[in-house]
Design a protein around this ligand. Sequence first.
Ligand SMILES: [Zn+2]
Length: 255
Amino acid sequence: MAADIRVFTCLSDNFGYLIHDPATGATASIDAPEAGPIARQLDAAGWTLTDILITHHHHDHVGGVAELKQRYGCRVVAPYDKATAIANVDLRVAHGDVVKIGELLARVLETPGHTLDHISYVFDADKAVFAADTLFSIGCGRVFEGTYPMMWDSLLKLRALPDDFRLYCGHEYTASNVKFALTVDPDNEALKARADEVTRLRSANQPTIPTLLGAEKMANVFLRADDPAVAARLRMKGANAEDVFGELRERKNKS
Ligand SMILES: [Zn+2]
């Protein structure tokens, strides 16, 4: 049976996500930015939280864990500690591990760069990937703890997923990402189409997520750092993808 996925807002611009298995009633929250909105969504749907799948240690992804665990007695799944420890964890996972949420299966991809511990969860049967702060729509996360080559390698792992997978990311940053992307990739028709779509969605107060990975591969310049046209645009003809990616990220930091 197909998973039921709910998208909502937590804090100022974090996404909250619940993924529910209708066959068993199991329900996971992807990260826990804050307990209140997650509990309200659970109540509205009539679901009980069985699991929290943590992607990385940042406070805006784990701030609600303790309260939710106390309230629901749910299992907390998280990456192994790297630079900063994550508290209240029941199960540690690494690359290639598969987590069961009822009958739903979540495959773990290690996607470091934003943080060293960052992981993404891939629900292959439901064609959904929760990439948190590694891959945003038309952008990517800031590289705080890792290196540019490390982050580029993580983006390649996500880019390798099929085109018909839906991307669920950690923040509603799409409009500002589009604004920057148009400065470095102004002739990209897929980007222009996405820009129109994002304007439409945001003016209707709708989330820009999920988005199809196939569309993202064409429109997101951070996934195209190995495209010679992007290197040429940055006056970096012949440069390797890691360096082009680093230049893109630096420019975005300053934008
Ligand atoms: Zn983060």
